[in-house]
Structures are given as structure tokens and as C-alpha cells.
Write a new protein. Sequence first.
Length: 331
Amino acid sequence: MKKRVLMMVSLCVLIAGLAGTGYSADNQIVLKYNELDPAQHLMTYSAKYFANLVKTETKGRITIDIYPSGQLAGDDTRAIQGVQMGAVDMYRANTNSMGDFGLQKVNVFALPFMFRDRAHIWKVMNGPIGKEVFQEILDKKVHFIPLGYMEEGARDFFFSKKRVSKVSDMAGLKIRVPGNKMMMDTTKAFGASPTPISFAELYSALQTGVIDGAEQPPAGYISNKYNEVSKYYTLDHHTYSPSIVIISEMRWKQLSPKDQKIMLDCMKKAEPYNRKLAEQQDMDALKQMKAAGAVVTDVTDRAAWQNAVKPIYEEYGASIKDLIQRVRDTK
């Protein structure tokens, strides 16, 4: 009788432990994936595509539940910290926030005006430089594992009160940016006042006039309905800043080598899906923006915008000059 009681207690402890780590008694694995953008956004669609691949490949044994609109963590920095602590299993982390976690090479993806176009950035991400960035993440032991790259298009500024075509038009404007140092310094370099506000609060901050503008790719601008409160959109393409899908190191170590390989293989298959979708939605979003009454403006002095951010390269690019040159030389 005592043996049976002990066995039952041990089994209960085991089940409780497995449940706390994303495992269940029947060897099912459930991973929670946080996505800042809403359900009808290309990054959420890309995450779901990846999740479906994993579910199919494992015959339903591994399920990745997608939580859009930042349900698990409301902004980029907190979401990355959540992954580090194991409170969030997976997250699509923006590279312009990852430099704040002691990573230097990843800054090459976040530097303003670093990439010529979509083909350029994917060539870099899928080549030796992309692998080096991943290796730095592993070597620095930041408690998350990189799985693959995603992108949602070049980021542009948009404004609630006036049309902006020249860098000098940015002077004094309060611009919402993610709470990371490089993006705040970049916004200052343009003459604006960076205002870190949670992504979940961005719409209301624009609506109430707490800020004068923000920045998003076209698809993010239209899917979050920012055109309703900020109709002036400027095609400055100040950064491409792709994302890296990361998983908690704690969760990763709980997966078997076979399951780890499945995750990596499925992520590799999801990347071209994301690229094609991002390209299509860029074009669609621009059409929708104009149809909805947004005032879309191209910059008239691109060289002036690029000259304004030279101090950013001096501060954030000093230790990766060779990497920056290799990115520029990538054809």
C-alpha cells in the first residue's frame, strides 16, 4: 500500500512538473508563441504557417499556440525578457531591440538605411552573415535560441498632423518608437523626439495626440488601422530591421534532438512563405492606404536622411565595421 501511495505521489509530481514545462502526461508538447501584431497581420500568418508545419511533421505531438496582439507580453523588450526567463516559450523578436541584450553583430540588421531592398536583406540573412549573427546569439548565452528569420518590409514614419517629405520636417515631432536605444537615437538624429510607448497603446496615443507619429511597414500600418488616426505616411524606408524567431533556451533543452531538428527544418520552410507574403502585402497595403485616404509621400532628400544618421554608425557600427562592409558588398 505504501509503495502504491509513493508511486502515485511521484507520478503526480512528474505530471505537475511536465505540465509546467509545456509537456503533458501523454507526451504532448504545447509551446506558447507571442506575436505583437494582430491576428490579421502577415507576421501572425507566418507564425501560424510555421506552427502548422511543426504540427503536421510531428503528427500533432507538438502544438504551437499563437498569441497575437502581444497577449503574453506587450512590447518587444518585455517579450524577449519573457523568453529569457521561460515565461514565454517563443517570440518573433525585432532585431532593432536585440542589440540591447549584449549582442553586437545583430545591430547590422537594425542600422538605418543598411539594405537596398528585400532581395538584398534575404541574401544576407540566408548567407554567411546570417549564420554569424545566429552564432553570436548562441555564444553570448543570452538564454534564447534563434530558429530563423522573418521580415515584414521596410519601416516608414507616419504622422497625425502634417505631411513630412524632408528630414527637416521631423524637427520637434514626438515619435513613438520601441524602447530600444538604437531606434531612439536614430529618431533623435532625424531631429524628432523619441517617445517609447507600448505597442498596445500606440493607436490611442495617436488618437489622443500624446504623440505626433510612429513607424511601421505598410502592412503593419494598414492592419493596425493607424490610417484612421494618422493619415500622413512617408516612404523613407529608414530601416528594414528584420525579425528573428527565438525560443526559450529552457524549452529548447527539453526538446529531443529529433524535435529540435524538426523545429529548425520547419522554420527554414516558413521563411520563403514569409518573404512571398511580405512582398505581396507590401503592394496590397500601399493600394489600401491610398484607397482609404492616406496621404503617401516619398522623401525628396534621401541623401539628407542618410547623412543625418551617420552618428548612429559611429556609435553602433564601430565594433562591426567589417560586417557592415560585407553587407554592403553583398550582391
